[in-house]
Design a protein around this ligand. Structure first.
Ligand code: C2E
Ligand code: CA
Ligand code: CA
Ligand code: CA
Length: 275
């Protein structure tokens, strides 16, 4: 048993070494990614349950790596956060999403994911203000998606950041609701316009006897009582879609309605639907 234990240990340690090496290389490559235009945004439709119209799109970051191909944000956002690169990358995301959305038709919204590190930066509201001013995007068309983790260091600065963002006229959404630090206290004081119900609750919710539907129902009634919208994330099947609508979620986002696409494709679709 002892021999096995050492074998297992050796396996893990060489594995971890490879991971560290790998990560260090990715870190270096990520520094170049902005300068070489290797990052881009794709946009996934968010659909109203009532009208079945697209009300907006969530901007999702992608990295076209010169050798490894397309890399998803779950891999490189944590690296960007650890190295501080998230500041620059986050600024670029906001500017690009505002610029793209300003080209779209009507009042179509764009939702942007905000890292807790961006949220903690006192100059974050002026970054938002500058992006809105230079693109002429009206503030109510920009929605900032913020996760529960910003409340881990809940203090006067957190409160004032919410107040400053709200004062800009942008919309605020609480992302990945129910997966993180769980306290309902912040729902009472933070001025959210929307709760995004994490896809872990949506997945399987349509299966008979699954408890997720009870949880979704409770979140929807909580949100309604607080005057907030709800978006169910990651709906893949028509059964999930029917259930979500039956449970009263105001919006749905997921493969059942569409995968993320480029900004130009969003515009093309809008223009061809309008004619
Ligand atoms: P998220 O904010 O929860 O975004 C939703 C994720 O679910 C996206 O993954 C989206 O492609 C995926 N998704 C949407 N519908 C479905 C579905 O029906 N089925 C399944 N299986 N998945 C679906 P993605 O694009 O890989 O993004 C992962 C996470 O990376 C995001 O989770 C968000 O936390 C983070 N992220 C993405 N873009 C940015 C960004 O610009 N800045 C920051 N800070 N984080 C970002
Ligand atoms: Ca999000
Ligand atoms: Ca989410
Ligand atoms: Ca997520």
């Amino acid at each position: 048993a002892k021999g096995n234990g050492r074998g297992v240990y050796r396996f893990y340690s060489s594995d971890m070494h490879a991971d560290a090496e790998d990560r260090r290389r990715l870190e270096e490559d990520l520094r170049d990614a902005l300068a070489t235009d290797a990052l881009h945004l794709v946009y996934q439709p968010v659909v109203s349950s009532v009208t079945e119209q697209i009300t907006g799109y969530e901007a999702l970051l992608r990295w076209q790596h010169p050798r490894r191909g397309l890399i998803g944000p779950d891999i490189f956002i944590p690296i960007a956060e650890d190295t501080g690169l998230i500041a620059q990358i986050g600024d670029w995301v906001i500017r690009t999403a505002c610029k793209d959305a300003a080209q779209w038709v009507g009042s179509t919204r764009v939702a942007v994911n905000v890292s807790p590190i961006q949220f903690a930066n006192p100059s974050f509201p002026s970054t938002i203000m500058n992006a809105l001013a230079s693109t002429q995007l009206s503030p109510e068309r920009l929605e900032l998606e913020i996760t529960e983790s910003v409340f881990l260091n809940d203090n006067a600065d957190t409160d004032s950041m919410f107040a400053r963002l709200k004062a800009l006229g942008v919309r605020l959404a609480l992302d990945d609701f129910g997966t993180g630090y769980s306290s309902l206290g912040y729902l009472k004081k933070a001025p959210f316009d929307k709760i995004k119900i994490d896809q872990s609750f949506v997945r399987g919710a349509a299966i008979k006897g699954n408890r997720n539907s009870a949880i979704i129902k409770a979140i929807v009634s909580l949100a309604e009582a607080l005057g907030m919208d709800t978006t169910a994330e990651g709906a893949e099947t028509h059964d999930e879609l029917d259930l979500i609508r039956q449970l009263g979620c105001s919006h749905v986002q997921g493969y059942v309605y569409g995968r993320p696409m480029g900004a130009a494709e969003v515009l093309e679709r809008q223009l061809s639907a309008g004619t």
